[in-house]
Design a protein around this ligand. Structure first.
Ligand code: ATP
Ligand code: MG
Length: 495
């Protein structure tokens, strides 16, 4: 901006409300453009360079506008024009995006042709207010036994998956996606800063499990520009909001927010913003909390849609006290802590039940699940303590201690689960009922595995209405319990 008269010259009123301005690029620094001559632009607005590349206004000084390039920087030169149509960044949304891989500008990346959007939504939308929401208490079935039984997740909840590298975080999140098949939940997987080969593996899993039909993959892989990586979680959230506002349930996975914070730090250091703790900019808490607040369960007048978030945060050597991890812990409703020692011991999914927590608690469970899983976590933690003690003194154990050990071993076998094999909620309830009867306490590891593999399909054959009734009512009454007991008797007589 050179002078006031220059500013006015740059303003072109194309309609009563739309201000069109043309600025000039004064410098290009990697993926940041500094421009002059757009006096009325505000943060979050979309601008377009003369080469057709889009940019996002992310800050300004008294004289200059700072623009994040959302595309190739190589075509932008000093002296180029920048067009500001006075619009906030909004992108296409709709059902047509299901089954597709897109970048953070909603452009297809899978070579399957153009996508026709149903509508356009702002990328940076204000989260629904308190009065627009209702408390979250409907179960989101993750299909992972340890989560559904002990740290359940509700629709509309934000549950953080936190752990070291290679501890199975992505696997648990993908299992939750696979388990939404036929459950009317739209899934969005947002990949931030991961390698392209990582994304290909994830797409393979989704394809082989036929989960891609109800899933949108937003790719902000490491090879895309920092601007696109920064934008990816907001785009994923925006796509979810469309389904939520139309009364649908949505599950969004952000894999992972640590890398998102790194990208934002990189952008801000280039903009010469003052670095704070761990060299992150001061508003790093804001940019993540602004995103996390957009999850929720809308009230019936607004369609009862919901959006559940599973953000992933990577830590180092089990240290949760880092800046980004403590920030995200404080803005989510609970966390699943993935432990490297457990993972290496073969306890997979390696969710540490002692360190994981959910502020929603058993409210998020089916009543039938609540009834049978009440003591599970305590029993398991007691067993772990006892195992630690008996390593010192293994003889002369009391009867109670022996029973506790046996029960603990059975629980361990139930908690261990193969990847990409989510279990139905009914199946988990039935396994817990068998556990409560003490039937599993005297079985060997291989016998429990066999029971887990076979029993549910047998019940579906023998008592199909027991399974359908359980899903319909989510409760289990005395006659149903009796039927289940008979099924167990029949199974173990045959075995
Ligand atoms: P990263 O830090 O690279 O993102 P991550 O924590 O997301 O890793 P995954 O990629 O999900 O971890 O899993 C790491 C490895 O462990 C993968 O090879 C996966 O196949 C294996 N794995 C994860 N969960 C299980 C499981 N339940 N059973 C068997 N293997 C598993
Ligand atoms: Mg991962």
């Amino acid at each position: 901006m050179s002078s006031d008269s220059q500013d006015k010259k740059n303003l072109i009123f194309s309609s009563a409300f739309e201000v069109r301005e043309v600025g000039i690029v004064t410098s290009v620094q990697k993926f940041i453009v500094i421009a002059q001559g757009m006096p009325s632009c505000v943060s979050g607005q979309m601008v377009e360079f003369s080469s057709g590349v889009k940019g996002l206004v992310i800050g300004f000084t008294k004289k200059e506008v700072q623009i994040l390039i959302l595309g190739s920087a190589s075509e932008i030169r000093t002296g180029d024009e920048v067009h500001n149509k006075g619009r906030f960044l909004s992108l296409g949304v709709g059902k047509s995006f299901l089954g597709r891989v897109i970048n953070s500008l909603c452009e297809p990346q899978d070579g399957k042709g153009a996508i026709e959007p149903e509508d356009f939504y702002p990328v940076f939308r204000v989260a629904p207010g308190v009065m627009d929401r209702v408390p979250v208490d409907k179960t989101l079935e993750t299909g992972t036994f340890s989560i559904d039984a002990t740290i359940p997740i509700a629709k509309g909840q934000r549950q953080l998956l936190i752990g070291d590298r290679l501890t199975g975080k992505t696997t648990v999140a993908l299992d939750a996606v696979i388990n939404q098949k036929g459950k009317n939940v739209t899934c969005i997987y947002c990949c931030i800063g991961k390698t392209y080969s990582n994304l290909i593996k994830i797409l393979d899993v989704l394809k082989t499990k036929q989960a891609l039909d109800y899933t949108i993959v937003v790719s902000g892989v490491a090879s895309t520009t920092p601007g696109e990586q920064y934008l990816a979680p907001y785009t994923a959230c925006m796509l979810g909001e469309h389904f939520m506002h139309n009364g649908g349930d949505v599950l969004v996975i952000f894999d992972d927010l640590t890398r998102h914070a790194w990208i934002y730090r990189q952008i801000c250091l280039l903009l010469e913003r003052a670095p704070g703790r761990e060299a992150y900019p001061g508003d790093i808490f804001y940019i993540h909390s602004q995103l996390m607040e957009r999850a929720g369960y809308l009230r019936p007048e607004l369609g009862s849609g919901s959006m559940t978030f599973l953000p992933i945060v990577e830590i180092q050597q089990g240290d949760v006290t880092g800046y980004i991890s403590t920030n995200v812990i404080s803005m989510t409703d609970g966390q699943l802590y993935f432990s490297t020692p457990l993972f290496n011991k073969g306890f997979r999914p390696a969710v540490d039940l002692g360190l994981s927590v959910s502020r929603i608690g058993s409210k998020a469970q089916w009543p039938a699940m609540r009834a049978f899983s009440r003591n599970l976590r305590l029993d398991y933690l007691q067993y772990n303590e006892l195992v630690a003690m008996t390593q010192l003194r293994a003889t002369g154990l009391s009867k109670e201690a022996e029973a506790c050990l046996k029960r603990g071993e059975a629980i361990t076998q139930l908690l261990i689960q193969d990847k990409s094999k989510p279990a139905a909620m009914e199946e988990e309830i039935m396994q817990l009922y068998a556990l409560s009867l003490g039937i599993l306490d005297n079985l060997s590891t291989s016998e429990i595995r066999k029971f887990k593999d076979e029993f549910f399909s047998k019940v579906k054959d023998w008592e199909p209405e027991l399974v359908t009734q359980l899903r319909a009512t989510k409760e289990i009454n005395d006659p149903a319990i009796e039927k289940l007991r008979k099924c167990l008797q029949r199974y173990f007589q045959k075995a």
